[in-house]
Design a protein around this ligand. Structure first.
Ligand code: COA
Ligand code: NAP
Length: 273
């Protein structure tokens, strides 16, 4: 990554920061000098991420909790506050789950899992973080998705949950703005090498169709998203709040719905549906 920011002396907590896009964001802040905490459900993933971030030279801690369990989230923030010994300057909330499928092929419990992780999990993280945020000065970033504004077949729970996440972002920008807290979302496009894309574009043919459908003709990288998180948390974005920032090569304005609906139909055929 060539872009550089200076986040030395800043405390950054990335929830869901142990793999994929969110881990890429944590790596960005590690390179830019921040002190870090990461969290997700699985202790082994937390340990691996902490070790990787320490290799980048960052003072890093980790904690395991499920964002669906409010008491556990609150306890995770207490642990984080102790590790930092001061307020959280930058909070990234990106835990999510995706099981692609037509509504009638998904069990009620699968739908519940997605809505509870993506939407209720965001509410839980937002509610638990508030007491620990730097006031004024904190930057809060929720990780959204194109499903929030591009309806997609086989994605109804994620579409509904991420649309909800964007409204949480905007509502909290109103509620917390007077205290000097900025709240924004990033909506990543299709990001290469991630679990999300492995689930949504599982074959070379679907990958190619998705890549061609992006106006800039490439999938994104986790670095692309880290740079946007760095920008939104920097002084350059001092007056930016309540924004949902697509970082997607123009995918969201170019028919992401159509290609993903074709891709989902193709996956059904592969499964014999
Ligand atoms: N196809 C159909 N249904 C599935 C499924 C799949 N591939 N994977 C899980 N489910 C169903 C389960 O059968 C269960 O429903 P049931 O109780 O009616 O059988 C329900 O989803 C919950 O599954 P469970 O494994 O108990 O959930 P969990 O809470 O441990 O995990 C998930 C949550 C399902 C979202 C899981 O996929 C996950 O951990 N995702 C994180 C990684 C990810 O999705 N990354 C991409 C981010 S965009
Ligand atoms: P990922 O690697 O699976 O990341 C998800 C993270 O959330 C992991 O650290 C996971 O770790 C954690 N997590 C999942 N369920 C959790 C729970 N219940 N409680 C706490 N932590 C939980 O997937 P990704 O594809 O990089 O996606 C990251 C984010 O980007 C998500 O918000 C996703 O919606 C968004 N996004 C992705 C894409 C893409 O192209 N991949 C595009 C648009 C938006 P554990 O398993 O240890 O819990």
């Amino acid at each position: 990554m060539t872009m550089t920011f200076d986040f030395s002396g800043k405390n950054v907590f990335v929830v869901g920061g142990t793999s994929g896009i969110n881990y890429g964001i944590a790596q960005g802040f590690a390179r830019w000098g921040a002190k870090l905490m990461v969290a997700s459900r699985k202790q082994d993933k937390v340990d691996e991420a902490v070790a990787g971030l320490k290799e980048l030279g960052a003072q890093t801690g980790g904690t395991a909790f499920d964002v669906r369990d409010y008491a556990a989230v609150e306890a995770g923030f207490e642990e984080t506050a102790k590790f930092f010994g001061g307020p959280i300057d930058i909070l990234v909330s990106g835990a999510a789950g995706n099981v692609p499928g037509r509504l009638m092929d998904l069990s009620p419990n699968a739908v519940k899992a997605m809505v509870e992780i993506d939407l209720m999990g965001t509410f839980h993280v937002m509610r638990a973080c508030y007491a620990h945020l730097a006031k004024p000065g904190a930057s809060v970033i929720n990780i959204s998705a194109p499903q929030a504004f591009n309806a997609m077949s086989h994605q109804s729970p994620v579409c509904a949950a991420k649309a909800g996440v964007d409204m949480v972002t905007k509502s909290l920008a109103l509620e917390w703005g007077p205290e000097g807290i900025r709240v924004n979302s990033i909506s990543p496009g299709p990001i290469d090498g991630t679990e999300g894309m492995a689930r949504l574009a599982p074959t070379p043919q679907i990958r190619e169709a998705v890549t061609k459908s992006v106006p800039t003709k490439r999938m994104g990288t986790t670095d692309d998203i880290a740079k946007a998180a760095g920008f939104l948390s920097s002084d350059a974005a001092d007056y930016v709040s309540g924004v949902v920032l697509p970082v997607d090569g123009g995918w969201g304005v170019s028919g992401a719905s159509v290609v993903m609906t074709h891709a989902a139909g193709f996956m059904d055929k592969l499964k014999g549906g």
